[in-house]
Design a protein around this ligand. Structure first.
Ligand code: FPP
Length: 223
């Protein structure tokens, strides 16, 4: 059985789900929250220690302000509603990305990180205003005085410092691309592209993926 410590997810397809079912992209984001909760429960049950969710990319700033604000309000609602429960369940919240939102949201994100920093059951990494190229460029800036740069130096200068690379990356929404997500960290990750839109993604799908993953022969370049 392959060890599974870290699962990363590109939660794609909310907008299409919302348009199809309720004629509004934002209702897809709201529905997508239910899938987020299901995945968190799954990780706890399966003793998966890290869950990384791509919630807002550096490119998502191009979206209309109404949709951006809806997403930020949803995130605020989610954190305010769940933070106490997460803390009781020993869940740690970590933000991957530069916090450049409203003062209110930045403070809430800081508060969530500080309040849960000692928890060790599950670490939820929320990739927010996250872009892998930006992350790597920042790492190089931090390292620019160094004469010799090792792979470890780079890993330790990324937002994901001290987080093991994901063994599994899932992208829902029937699109096969990486969209600037964890490009350095997924060098040896098993990637699962799923046809279902994020709000339609269910626990059966997760079980199937984890079962398939556990049977993969992972050679890491060896034979
Ligand atoms: C991509 O789908 C999804 C997002 C940019 C946002 C994801 C947000 C959530 C699941 C809800 C909030 C999450 C948390 C963690 C509080 P899309 O809108 O690009 O879908 P489309 O490809 O159908 O347009």
């Amino acid at each position: 059985m392959n060890p599974l410590k870290h699962m990363a997810i590109i939660m794609d397809g909310n907008g299409r789900w919302g348009l199809k079912h309720k004629n509004s992209r934002n209702s897809g984001h709201k529905e997508g929250l239910k899938t987020v909760e299901m995945v968190i429960k799954f990780c706890i049950k399966k003793h998966i220690k890290f869950l990384t969710l791509y919630a807002f990319s550096t490119e998502n700033w191009k979206r209309p302000i109404k949709e951006r604000n809806y997403l930020f309000n949803l995130l605020e609602f989610f954190l305010k509603e769940k933070l106490e429960k997460f803390n009781n369940e020993k869940i740690k919240i970590k933000i991957l990305g530069e916090k450049n939102f409203s003062k209110k949201l930045n403070n809430l994100l800081d508060f969530a990180e500080i309040k849960t920093r000692k928890n060790t059951k599950l670490q939820i990494n929320l990739a927010l205003n996250y872009g892998s190229k930006k992350e790597i460029a920042c790492a190089f800036k931090k390292l620019n005085k160094k004469k010799k740069i090792s792979e470890n130096d780079i890993s330790n200068s990324l937002f994901t410092k001290n987080i093991p690379d994901p063994e599994i990356l899932i992208r829902t929404g029937n699109t096969q691309r990486l969209s600037n997500f964890l490009l350095w960290q997924i060098a040896y990750t098993e990637i699962f592209f799923e046809k279902k839109l994020w709000p339609d993604f269910k626990i059966e799908d997760l079980n199937r993926i984890v079962k398939k993953f556990s049977n993969i022969k992972r050679n890491f370049g060896n034979i």
